[in-house]
Design a protein around this ligand. Structure first.
Ligand code: HEM
Length: 205
């Protein structure tokens, strides 16, 4: 068995951000789905569901500032930088490992270290979700809270309707990301290793 090393990957501020974000987004997904569905909402009440959705949205937004500023002012931000060299080759190599290599005893193509916290595929997903999807869902969400700010019609289609479609589509994308995120987090030395790391801050490599 190879020697293991402990790396402090998740500083306190990042763990606080992640915990609040996870709970907030789960609440947004559940209340978002129940607002859209034709299910009977009388158990919790439609107004309460809207209130929870709005408050959770504001908390996730303020919390997002912690992530954004934290990544600007600490070295955590450098893990999100994408290099042009091997732009496609590297994530494809990782996808091949997930689809084939790991079931056939191949070695992990991008071992984690102080310099590399994410594999290339994971990095792309985190960048897309954290720098495009989450800001997008926040902006469209606030626009829907203040619909008077939205352009009335875009190419003859209601601006509010278009904004609502974008908001739901991004919410759906984040929900799918979350499912993949949870599955991928179980891949490692043991299925619980990554979950322990995001709580303790320390990761065994
Ligand atoms: C029940 C909910 C969640 C659980 C159990 C969970 C679990 C984890 C775990 C175990 C890690 C560390 C290992 C890794 O990087 O894969 C992690 C990191 C991360 N998660 Fe989650 N997650 C959840 C929700 C979310 C959501 C909703 C988002 C974004 C919308 C998210 C975004 C991230 C990001 C960006 C990181 C890397 C942070 C960094 O190291 O800079 N997670 N999560």
């Amino acid at each position: 068995m190879g020697a293991t090393e402990k790396i402090y990957f998740y500083p306190v501020w990042l763990r606080i951000w992640h915990g609040i974000n996870a709970i907030g987004i789960l609440l947004l997904i559940f209340t978002g789905i129940s607002m859209q569905s034709s299910l009977d909402n009388s158990v919790i009440g439609f107004n309460l569901i809207i209130n929870i959705h709005n408050y959770a949205g504001v908390i996730v937004t303020l919390n997002y500032l912690l992530f954004f500023i934290g990544n600007l002012v600490t070295k955590n931000g450098r893990y999100y930088l994408i290099k042009m060299k091997g732009f496609l080759k590297r994530p494809i190599k990782q996808a091949y490992y997930y689809a084939w290599g790991m079931f056939h005893g191949e070695t992990y193509p991008f071992p984690l270290s102080e310099k590399r916290k994410f594999n290339p595929l994971q990095k792309y997903f985190y960048v897309i979700v954290m720098y495009l999807a989450v800001p997008g869902v926040i902006i469209t969400g606030f626009a829907l809270l203040f619909p008077e700010l939205i352009i009335e019609t875009v190419y003859g289609v209601s601006g509010v309707f278009m904004t609502a479609i974008f908001h739901s589509a991004l919410g759906f994308f984040i929900s799918v990301f979350l499912l993949i995120h949870l599955y991928v987090a179980t891949i490692g030395k043991s299925p619980t290793e990554n979950f322990k790391s995001i709580i303790s801050g320390w990761h065994h490599v």
